[in-house]
Design a protein around this ligand. Structure first.
Ligand code: SF4
Length: 486
């Protein structure tokens, strides 16, 4: 065999037994090695056993100078992973109102009361926002309605959907819609409109009734029961799978991971998205509300196990964030998730059109603006897209959001699957670059990646099947044969 060159790689010593070293490269391939084989790989690959050496050659960690396919394959993998870079923003969030009839303790958007004046998007602003959306060069467009509660300004939703549909008829690009709503104010006509225009609904359910009602408050109480009734109504018209849900995890939920997952199974969901309280809006005023990173990770580990337990018993329930991270790890097609990519998605993958006409680089950026920090407002709905995209703010964010160039990230084994979040670091550290050693975003993601790689390394055939099903959006029972993920 020719002598082999070592390709650039990153590594992480994994502490779960047996002690192994995870190696990754920019193309996204990974391998688990013993300490001895890792040393051989670095010092003299010729010392590796032939099967291990061939495997590392096939995965792009070694390179044969006489058969230079490795570099071409790694370059193709990297190009696929980063293809979103040249595409432009595909997700466009329209904040049609800040009004809401809930008063959640952790409200991230600093909502206003249901009858407050001056917090709805005008017809003219909506029209200009649609003009900007269709100036984006992205190959497909998604318009997401957010609030407040979008159902309280549903006329604006109808206007934007109708205008966008007309434009898409001549534009030719795929166009999809989604809406984040408590569902409770969506009446029969609104739901029929959602059905007709295939508006995907997403709501919030924090777990069983007592947990949900603790922080998601309505003036008359009973938020969980009202959501459950509204969910039934929406499913009757839109179908059983039409509504997704997110669980916002506070410190109160940490000792109840099984109850949170079980509540989703009982409500007939096939997916639960577990996310900790974010440090925006009203949550900033209540520092005790958000769980510590360690507390959240322990909760998450047990919740993930509970999802796996349900799947093993034939009740399909995926944890949606694990499915996203596993897609980043196991396939080169992770760029669709704008909140975890490098360069960061803020402004490059997503734009937000606020109710007052301001244009922001992300949903979190407009949440900062609600607290008086307008640094991430890059223009208004009358600013041409070219000017928005060329703004100095966006260029600065691009530099701060390129994880490959950031201290701490550039040498991290999880880099191919991760991304920086400059808006989060601006909010928490006052600097979009952020310092990884003090970053809860980094600490949480490192722990999540370690958790998932530990499961992959364990090579349990049933867990492999479940993870493959989550990535492929299939049922575990539909996948046959012996599936390996490593
Ligand atoms: S944010 Fe943390 S986990 Fe992600 S690539 Fe950077 S150092 Fe690694």
């Amino acid at each position: 065999m020719n002598s082999l060159d070592l390709m650039p790689l990153r590594f992480e010593r994994l502490t779960f037994p047996p002690a192994q070293v995870l190696v990754t490269h920019d193309g996204g391939d990974f391998a688990f090695l013993s300490q001895t084989d890792f040393r051989r790989l670095i010092e003299d690959p010729a010392e590796l056993a032939p099967d291990i050496r061939d495997d590392l050659l096939a995965r792009g960690f070694l390179h044969d100078p006489l058969a230079p396919t490795t570099m071409r394959i790694t370059a193709a993998q990297l190009a696929t992973r980063k293809r979103f870079v040249a595409e432009g923003p595909s997700l466009h969030i329209c904040v049609v109102t800040l009004r809401c009839d809930h008063a959640c303790d952790y409200c991230q958007v600093s909502r206003r009361g249901p009858s407050a004046a001056g917090f709805d998007m005008s017809e003219e602003t909506a029209r200009a926002a649609v003009d900007r959306i269709f100036e984006s060069p992205a190959p497909s467009l998604t318009i997401e309605f957010q609030g407040g509660e979008p159902a309280l300004a549903f006329d604006r939703v109808r206007q934007i959907v109708t205008l966008a549909r007309e434009r898409a008829g001549t534009d030719g690009r795929p166009l999809t819609f989604s809406m984040v709503s408590t569902l409770q104010r969506l009446d029969h006509d609104m739901l029929r409109f959602c059905l007709e225009h295939e508006i995907a609904l997403s709501t919030s359910i924090d777990g069983p009734a007592a947990l949900h009602d603790r922080h998601r408050r309505r003036p008359d109480g009973g938020a969980f029961d009202a959501t459950r009734r509204a969910l039934d109504r929406a499913r009757e018209i839109l179908g059983a799978e039409a509504v997704a849900a997110i669980a916002t995890i506070t410190g109160d939920a940490l000792d109840r991971p099984d109850d949170v997952v079980d509540a989703y199974v009982d409500l007939g969901f096939r997916s639960v998205f577990l996310r900790p309280v974010a440090p925006y809006g009203f949550a900033r005023r209540q520092p005790g509300l958000a769980p510590s990173v360690a507390g959240f990770i322990e909760f998450y580990r047990r919740a993930l196990d509970r999802c796996i337990e349900h799947c093993r018993a034939g009740r399909h329930i995926e944890e949606a964030y694990a499915a996203i991270l596993l897609t980043h790890i196991l396939t080169p097609f992770g760029g669709g998730y704008v909140d975890l990519r490098s360069p960061a998605g803020a402004g490059h993958g997503v734009l937000v059109y606020n109710h007052d006409g301001g244009v922001y680089v992300s949903d979190e950026a407009r949440m900062l603006a609600a607290n008086g920090d307008h640094r991430l407002r890059i223009g208004d709905v009358h600013t041409p897209f070219r000017e928005l995209a060329g703004s100095g703010t966006l260029r600065a964010l691009l530099a701060a959001g390129l994880a490959e160039s950031l201290p701490g990230c550039w040498s991290c084994a999880f880099l191919p699957y991760c991304g920086n979040d400059p808006v989060h670091h601006l909010a928490t550290q006052g600097d979009p670059v952020g310092h990884r050693a003090f970053s809860d975003h980094c600490a949480r993601h490192k722990a999540l990646f370690r958790l998932l790689f530990a499961r992959i390394a364990a090579n349990d055939p049933e867990v492999n099947r479940i993870f493959a099903a989550w990535v492929g959006r299939r049922q575990p029972a539909d996948l046959s044969g012996n599936i390996r993920l490593d």
